[in-house]
Write a protein that binds this ligand. Structure first.
Ligand SMILES: *Cc1c(COP(=O)(O)O)cnc(C)c1O
Length: 502
C-alpha cells in the first residue's frame, strides 16, 4: 500500500516513509491511496481476537512494507497489560442514562490517562522501524505542539527511545495544572519541554512552519538528524486509532449489545479531528457506522462547518475546561476533505491556502451534501459541560472528564433533535483526574475548593469513590525539571539551541 500527499498526488511514499517524515514536503498530509475492505466474514474472524490480534490485522493491511514479525513486535510492546491496566486497553462501560444506554469507550487506561496513549505507545516502535527502513542511522527529532494530552503521551512514549529526541511546546496558559505537572516532571535523557506565549494554534502553526523551513531542515541534515511528528498529522498516529473503533464494535457484538452487521453511531469529543477521522476511515473499510457525531466546546468552528460548509477560524478563541479541544484549526479535516473531493489534491490545496491567507474557505455543494448526510456537529459551553458531569454522576454514578462530558451533552442534543436510537459508542478521552478542579466543581458545586491540585484529586476521590489512576497518583511528590517559556516567534531558535546546532 502506498500513500500520497493531500496537496500533491504526485508525492507517493511507502508507509515507512510516511511515518518517518510525518508531513509531506508540500505541507500536505499523507493518506493511503486505497483502503482495505473488511466484509462481514473479516469482522466475524476478528470477534474471536483480543485487542492485540485485531490491531495486528489492521496494521498488517496498512503497513505492507512491514514484516509480520515487525508488526507483532510493535503491538506486543505497546499494548501490555501492565501499561494499560488490564488485557483490554479500550474497554466499554455500559451505562444507563435515563433509560438510554450509553456505551462509553474508555480510551484512557494507558500510562498518561488520555486517549493519546492508544497511538503514542505504539508510534515510537513504528517510527524507529520506519527510520531503519528509510533513513538508517539518522536521529529523529520529534517536534510536538500540544493542547495538553499529546505532549505528555508523546514524552512518555518516546522517552529514552534510541535514535530519537523529543521537544514539546504547550500554550503557557492553555493546559490544566495536572497536564502541566505531568509534562514538566517528565523523565528521560532525550526530552525537552517548553511553554510558549500563545495558544495551541500558535504552537501548532509554529511547529508546522519549522517542519517546512528548508534552512532548518538542511541544518538538521548536516547533523545527521531529521524532523518527524508525533501529532495526529502523522499517519502512524492515526492508524492505531482505527483499531479501537473496530475493536469496540467487536466487543459490542460479543456482549450481545448489537448483532454483526448492525449499524452504530459514534460520538467523539473533537479537537484536531484525528479521533473522529479514524472512525470515518473504519467506516470506509466497512465498519457499519450510521452517523459521526462531532462534539465541540465553545470553540465551535467544526459545528458551524458541518452545518454550513464554511470553515471560518476568524473568531474568538475560548480557553475552556476541556482544553484539549481548544483548537480553531483542525488539521485532520484536510484528510476528510481529500476523501470527499474524490482525492482532489488541487482543490484541497486551494482550500488550505485560503485558510492560511484569509482564515476561511467554503467547500463545494457536493462536499456539503456528504458532510450533512454522514456528520452531525454540536457544541456546548463550560456550564453545560459541568451540568452533564453532575447529571451522569448523580443519576448513573459514572464519573467522566470534561471532554467526555461535551460528547455526552452533544449526544443528548442529537437524540432530542433526531430521535435516532441507533446504539451509540461515545469516545471517552481522558481520566476525570486530569481535570480534577472542573470535575470537582461539577460534582460538588457547593463545596469550597481545596487550594492545591493534589488536594483536589484527593477530595474528588473522597466524593466519588473512583480510584485515582496510579500514574497520576505517583506524580504527587515529583518536582518539575522544566520551566522554560518562549515567544511563539522564537520557537525555531529554541529548537536549534536545544539540539545544540545553532
Ligand atoms: C486530543 C484530545 C481530544 C481531541 O481529539 P482530536 O483527535 O484532536 O480531535 C479530545 N479529548 C481529549 C482528552 C484529548 O486529549
Amino acid at each position: 500500500m502506498l500513500y500520497n500527499s493531500t496537496q500533491n498526488a504526485g508525492e507517493v511514499v511507502s508507509a515507512a516513509q510516511a511515518i518517518a517524515q510525518g508531513i509531506s514536503k508540500d505541507g500536505g498530509l499523507f493518506v493511503p491511496q486505497e483502503f482495505p475492505h473488511y466484509d462481514t466474514a473479516t469482522l466475524e474472524a476478528l470477534l474471536k481476537e483480543d485487542y492485540k490480534g485485531r490491531a495486528k490485522k489492521v496494521f498488517s493491511d496498512f503497513l505492507t512494507d512491514f514484516t509480520a514479525e515487525e508488526i507483532n513486535d510493535c503491538v506486543e510492546k505497546a499494548y501490555t497489560e501492565q501499561k494499560f491496566n488490564g488485557s483490554n486497553p479500550a474497554p466499554i462501560t455500559y451505562c444507563k442514562n435515563g433509560g438510554k444506554e450509553l456505551n462509553i469507550l474508555e480510551l484512557w487506561h494507558g500510562p498518561t490517562c488520555a486517549f493519546k496513549d492508544m497511538a503514542l505507545q505504539i508510534l515510537p516502535h513504528l517510527l524507529t522501524k520506519s527510520l531503519k527502513k528509510t533513513n538508517d542511522g539518522k536521529t529523529a527529532v520529534i517536534l510536538v505542539a500540544t493542547s495538553g494530552d499529546t505532549g505528555k503521551a508523546a514524552l512518555e512514549g518516546f522517552k529514552d527511545v534510541e535514535n530519537t529526541k523529543i521537544i514539546v511546546f504547550y500554550p503557557v496558559d492553555g493546559v490544566s495544572p495536572m497536564q502541566k505537572h505531568q509534562m514538566n516532571t517528565q523523565e528521560g535523557n532525550n526530552v525537552t519541554v517548553c511553554a510558549i506565549e500563545g495558544n495551541f494554534d500558535d504552537a501548532q502553526t509554529g511547529v508546522k512552519k519549522i517542519f517546512t523551513t528548508q534552512s532548518v531542515n538542511e541544518k538538521l541534515g548536516e547533523n545527521n538528524m531529521l524532523f518527524s511528528s508525533a501529532n495526529s498529522i502523522n499517519w502512524g498516529r492515526l492508524l492505531p486509532q482505527i483499531v479501537y473503533y473496530i475493536s469496540a464494535y467487536c466487543d459490542m457484538v460479543n456482549a450481545g449489545k448489537i448483532k454483526l452487521g448492525d449499524k452504530i453511531n459514534v460520538v467523539v469529543p473533537t479537537g484536531n479531528f484525528g479521533n473522529i477521522l479514524a472512525s470515518y476511515y473504519a467506516n470506509i473499510m466497512g465498519l457499519p457506522i450510521n452517523k459521526f457525531i462531532c462534539a465541540s466546546n465553545s470553540n465551535n468552528v467544526l459545528t458551524d462547518f458541518i452545518k454550513t460548509g464554511v470553515y471560518d477560524k476568524n473568531r474568538h478563541f475560548y480557553t475552556t475546561i476541556s482544553p484539549s479541544m481548544d483548537i480553531l484549526v483542525s488539521s485532520n479535516l484536510e484528510r476528510l476533505l481529500y476523501k470527499l473531493t474524490g482525492n482532489s489534491d488541487t482543490t484541497v490545496r486551494e482550500w488550505m491556502n485560503a485558510l492560511k491567507t484569509d482564515g476561511k474557505y467554503e467547500v463545494s455543494d457536493e462536499v456539503k451534501a456528504v458532510i450533512k448526510d454522514k456528520f452531525y456537529g454540536g457544541c456546548c459551553d463550560d456550564v453545560q459541560t459541568k451540568a452533564t458531569i453532575n447529571k451522569l454522576f448523580t443519576e448513573d454514578n459514572y464519573l467522566c472528564d470534561t471532554h467526555t462530558a461535551v460528547a455526552v451533552n452533544v449526544y443528548e442534543q442529537y437524540l432530542a433533535e433526531t430521535g435516532d436510537n441507533t446504539p451509540a459508542v461515545i469516545a471517552s478521552t481522558a481520566s476525570p483526574y486530569k481535570f480534577s478542579k472542573a470535575v470537582l466543581e461539577a460534582v460538588a458545586p457547593n463545596e469550597e475548593l481545596p487550594s492545591t491540585e493534589f488536594e483536589m484529586v484527593d477530595r474528588l476521590n473522597a466524593v466519588s469513590n473512583v480510584e485515582v489512576p496510579a500514574p497520576l497518583a505517583g506524580l504527587k511528590n515529583k518536582t518539575a525539571r522544566f520551566s522554560d517559556v518562549t515567544a511563539s516567534q522564537k520557537m525555531e531558535g529554541y529548537v536549534l539551541s536545544s539540539l545544540g546546532i545553532e
